[in-house]
Design a protein around this ligand. Structure first.
Ligand code: PEP
Length: 245
């Protein structure tokens, strides 16, 4: 049975003062039928993970090492100590801003597994790749490179996020999302014994008004949401759409 997940990526927004958003989500979804995850900036994880149940709290990145001379970085173990149970790795903004490669992302996922975190591994094509027809081959390269052989349905969630849909208000057509998700599912099934059970999220300009249509697509097990996860009033309808999918 696959877990359905509504995951919010706050990016570089929010501090411990955003507690009211967590409180509002708790009030609106006291007994959710899906997993709700908020990934705030690392500085707010410890404060926001206090009494967060049933909301899960996650990191947005981790280093491959457990500790050491890596100024400004945070290890997976540190995220766990702060109260996180998930971590996003390979977000397109990390790939672009920090030149992260699929090989590095696979190492980060392994570091997450070693710490007991569930890794949300992000993949997705650029606009140029979409337009030149290479989406599925780009996805294949990213899946092969960024997912460790030790990935399982217990330790890994895959997030398909077309780079051109992130933060732009543009979304692929429902048929385009369906095509890529079916393709990813086939690859997961072929490579992992429990690939059928790995949760597969769509990300890119998901909002309350398009969530139900996206969640009706086969092999969409939830969403990774940026802008519309910052306010409980915006995120809650997305969670409800997933609960009712
Ligand atoms: C994201 O940051 O992963 C994302 C999908 O952002 P947005 O929902 O704002 O497009």
């Amino acid at each position: 049975m696959r877990r359905k997940i509504a995951a919010g990526n706050w990016k570089m927004n929010g501090t411990a003062a955003a507690r009211s958003e967590i409180t509002a989500l708790q009030a609106a979804h006291p007994d959710p039928r899906v997993d709700i995850l908020i990934c705030p900036p690392a500085t707010a994880i410890a404060a926001l993970s206090e009494n967060a149940h049933p909301i899960h709290i996650g990191g947005q990145d981790c280093h491959v090492a457990t500790h050491g001379a890596h100024t400004g970085d945070i290890s997976a173990q540190m995220l766990v100590a702060a109260g996180a149970d998930h971590v996003i790795v390979g977000h397109s903004e990390r790939r672009t801003d920090h030149q992260e490669t699929d090989a590095l992302i696979a190492q980060k996922a392994q570091a997450a597994y070693a710490a007991g975190l569930k890794a949300i591994i992000c993949i997705g094509e650029s606009l140029a790749e979409r337009e030149n027809g290479s989406t599925l081959s780009v996805i294949d390269v990213q899946l092969a490179g960024a997912l460790p052989d030790t990935a399982t349905a217990q330790n890994t969630v895959v997030a398909y996020e077309p780079v051109w849909a992130i933060g732009t208000g543009k979304t692929p057509t429902l048929d385009q999302i369906a095509e890529v998700h079916a393709h990813i599912r086939a690859r997961l099934r072929a490579r992992f014994s429990d690939g059928e059970n790995m949760s597969l999220l769509y990300g890119g300009s998901v909002k309350g008004s398009n969530a139900a249509d996206i969640f009706a697509i086969p092999d969409v097990d939830g969403a990774l949401v940026g802008g519309a996860s910052l306010k409980a009033d915006d995120f809650s309808p997305i969670i409800s759409a997933l609960e009712n999918a």
